[in-house]
Design a protein around this ligand. Structure first.
Ligand code: UDP
Length: 467
């Protein structure tokens, strides 16, 4: 990659500046942060566009060498659940164009390429691509049809999501899949042309996430050095199915009791949530998990820490003998990679990206989702075998260094950008300097009506309904 480009990375609800680990702040925030920094290191100029969700944030933040965060005015400047911000997307698009017109940074040159994250920014990228005559690439992070399949009526996505995804798949120059199952979904469920889809997995920061000796990690977070510890790190939502892990731990506790050693039974460490202290009001799923643990008689075997910043998470992964994550589905899943980078074996559900990142039998084990007995079986096996844990932990770290670093992800992304920039479709559509098409002038075109969404005028009321 020897040419440098100006990239607009659109990430409407997930800013790198947001706290991590909360309900709507997770993997996408980390992704946009790390990818933009590494693209910056490769010499690209990257602006990350997010919706302003605090009144006191400046419009532009110099984030890292070559990287700025631009907070665009779209709706009330306060946090909103991401499912509520779809009607604000026309305002987000218009705020982008307004910023671009005022921004002197590029000497008025604008952007070479758009990179959309998530379906809503996919809509914005598709619109801006037409308006600016530049190519767009898209990563969805999660797909509406998959979500609907797994969550059914519990899926709170606004109507029109799949419509928007289909249109984005058709129009952008390139699509990014993070794992083979996502590529299969894009091709099978959304009719994407296979040659348009690049497989580019996310990475993990191998400095932040590095092996720490058990004893040292446990001392730092105040845990008994000898007790077996199983660790879960991540958002605490029903989809992540930490309940499955609690049920598996209940099996283990019974095994230890049967063996006459109840005092030595494993501890489940649960890291994450909306707040630094575990709070069942801010994170209702913590309340559910506590109730479940109490019902199963293992309350003292489950310890919630609350949310922790990424910079110290290696102590939490490192304190564990085994890292575990068994969601019903997982579009990619950064936490298994983080556990692997910390040199710990990971037991994960054989779904989505986890089935791709965890090498079954080599860096950990894959188990079926919603199957606490199967999980308990693998946990017992690993907890009984320090040699196997050590071997798998070393293999896990090696696999991350080989396959999943951000430098590799950014290098592949830069190559994909070159492809998109060179694609004939993009060339033909170059309209720089020409009059803007009507779709941009009319914020609420036939498109929004066709997608069956609330008109923009209702957005504030729609957003208020949540408070
Ligand atoms: N995370 C964090 N602090 C916490 C819990 C989670 O920083 O207390 C981070 C974690 O390190 C990971 C991200 O949140 O990078 C979760 O990403 P993942 O892809 O595993 O799941 P998602 O949140 O995207 O569903």
């Amino acid at each position: 990659m020897n040419r440098s480009h100006r990239i607009a990375l659109l990430s409407e609800h997930a800013s790198p500046a947001a706290l991590l680990g909360g309900e709507d702040a997770g993997g996408q925030n980390v992704y946009v942060d790390e990818l933009s920094r590494h693209l910056g290191r490769l010499g690209h100029a990257v602006d990350v566009f997010a919706r302003r969700d605090r009144a006191d944030t400046p419009e532009v933040i110099a984030w890292a060498p070559g990287v700025r965060i631009v907070n665009l005015e779209a709706g009330p400047p306060r946090p909103l659940p991401k499912d509520y911000i779809w009607p604000l997307m026309p305002a987000f698009r218009d705020a982008f164009l307004d910023f671009m017109a005022r921004d002197g940074h590029s000497g008025g040159a604008g952007y070479d390429l758009l990179h959309g994250n998530f379906w809503m920014s996919g809509w914005v990228a598709t619109e801006l691509r037409l308006a600016l005559g530049i190519p767009a690439v898209q990563i969805f992070h999660a797909l509406g049809k998959t979500k609907r399949r797994h969550q059914g009526p519990a899926d709170t996505s606004p109507p029109g999501r799949v419509w928007v995804e289909l249109r984005t798949v058709d129009e952008v120059e390139r699509l990014i899949a993070q794992c083979p199952s996502e590529r299969a979904e894009l091709v099978g469920d959304y009719g994407a042309a296979p040659e348009k889809v690049a497989l580019i997995p996310a990475g993990v920061n191998t400095d932040t996430f590095r092996p720490v000796a058990h004893a040292e990690a446990r001392r730092r977070i105040g845990l008994d050095p000898d007790r077996p510890v199983i660790v879960y790190v991540g958002r605490i939502l029903p989809r992540k199915d930490v309940r499955n892990v609690v049920r598996a731990v209940a099996y283990l506790v019974r095994c230890w009791e049967d063996a006459g050693r109840p005092g030595d039974a494993p501890l489940l460490l649960v890291v994450g949530g909306e707040t630094a202290e575990p709070d069942p009001v801010a994170t209702p799923e913590i309340g559910e998990l506590r109730r479940l643990a109490a019902d199963l008689g293992i309350a003292e075997h489950v310890y919630f820490t609350g949310q922790r910043p990424q910079g110290i998470l290696r102590d939490y992964y490192g304190a564990g003998d085994v890292v575990v994550t068994t969601p019903w589905y997982e579009p990619f899943g950064l936490t298994p990679l983080e556990g692997m980078a910390c040199g710990r074996p990971v037991i994960g559900a054989a779904v989505g990206g986890i089935a791709f990142t965890v090498a079954d039998g080599e860096t950990g084990f894959l188990v079926p989702p919603r199957d606490p007995e199967a999980l308990a079986g693998r946990l017992r096996q690993l907890l009984a075998r320090p040699d196997l844990r050590a071997r798998m932990g070393r293999a896990a770290r090696a696999r991350v260094e080989r396959e999943f670093t951000w430098a590799t992800t950014a290098g592949r992304m830069a190559a994909l950008y070159e492809e998109a920039l060179a694609s004939p479709a993009a060339g033909e559509r170059r309209t720089a300097g020409e009059e803007q098409p009507a779709t941009v002038a009319a914020p609420l075109g036939a498109f929004l009506q066709a997608a069956g969404v609330a008109p923009l005028a209702d957005a504030a009321a729609y957003a208020e309904a949540d408070s």
